[in-house]
Design a protein around this ligand. Structure first.
Ligand code: ARG
Ligand code: MN
Ligand code: MN
Length: 300
């Protein structure tokens, strides 16, 4: 990746998840030293600050199948314009969450750009639920489906009524927990899913290389959406939805290093850091390390 400008956009949202706390993710990640470390790598860092996000206690849940829909629509409407502006300005958008519902706005914003993109979604979960398949009603379980045009029209319509991603250039890495109907829906899509089993069998190097090949084919760049819950909770305890059996600290770094080497990274979001459940900001520090690996930091 060429040394240029990265624009940090904080989205302190936890309305998309049941558990409180990921709203503090952007502060925790900044506190762990993100900006200074990126600058040391030679990046020009523009910190946009945080988007205004309402506090859940001031709102009520109107629809149990789409909790905080209005608020999440409004936040993602804002976010998609900010991301689209970043692309227009020729800078790399780096979005700090917050829960994964912000993926809707990020991807809608990227889709407004003339530059096409492939997508690599690091996650324990498929985040491919729709209004009809969700068991929780939490919108952070839906962003990938929404970006593919499936789900509540209020959400799929953000930034236009088109599909925002190219299925054949979309990859999930690290999956290990999906809802039954979500799994069915994903099977019917052209999205490539690499589960934890694939990582065990093929190794992270092969999985990521294959992921890069798929996501870069015929596109102008790759968007990384990194849900920290893909990492094993032993190493990343501070996440919204911890699930045992995740990728290791080293595998996560290797994945980011290989992506950086590919030169395709054109945007990134880092989501689901939950400081309430964290151990002395360990997960936020790991998030900063991974961002820096993706932005060119090397051990030697
Ligand atoms: N971004 C996440 N951590 N998503 C977790 C989703 C969990 C579950 N599949 C749901 O729909 O509620
Ligand atoms: Mn997720
Ligand atoms: Mn997840």
């Amino acid at each position: 990746m060429q040394k240029k400008v990265v624009r940090i956009i904080g989205v302190p949202i936890d309305l998309g998840a049941d558990r409180r706390g990921v709203d503090m993710g952007p502060s925790a990640i900044r506190y762990a030293g993100l900006n200074a470390r990126l600058k040391r790598l030679g990046w020009i860092v523009e910190d946009y600050g945080n988007i205004d996000v309402p506090v859940p206690e001031t709102r009520e849940i109107k629809d149990k199948k789409l909790k905080y829909l209005e608020e999440i629509v409004q936040i993602n409407e804002q976010l998609h314009l900010i991301v689209a502006k970043a692309k227009k300005d020729g800078v790399i958008p780096l979005i700090l969450g917050g829960d994964h519902s912000l993926g809707i706005g990020t991807i809608a914003g990227l889709a407004l750009s003339e530059q096409s993109f492939g997508l690599i979604w690091f996650d324990t979960h498929g985040d491919y639920n729709t209004l009809d398949t969700t068991e929780s009603g939490n919108i952070h379980g839906m962003p990938l489906a929404i970006s593919n045009g499936l789900g509540a029209p209020e959400l799929t319509g953000i930034g236009g009524n088109n599909k925002k991603l190219r299925e054949e250039n979309t990859v999930i890495i690290g999956a290990r927990e999906m809802d039954p109907q979500e799994k069915e829906l994903l099977r019917r899509s052209k999205i490539k899913v690499f589960t934890m089993r694939d990582i065990d069998q093929m190794g992270m190097k092969e999985v990521v290389s294959e992921g890069i090949r798929i996501a870069s084919q015929g596109t102008d760049g790759i968007h990384i959406s990194f849900d920290l819950d893909v990492i094993d909770p032993e190493e990343a305890p501070g996440v919204g939805t911890p699930v045992p059996g995740g990728i290791t600290y080293r595998e996560a770094h290797l994945a980011m290093e290989l992506l950086a080497d590919s030169g395709y990274i054109s945007s990134m979001d880092v989501v689901e850091v939950n400081p309430i459940l964290d151990n002395h900001n360990k997960t936020a520090k790991l998030a900063v390390g991974l961002i820096c690996s993706a932005f060119g930091e090397r051990i030697f």
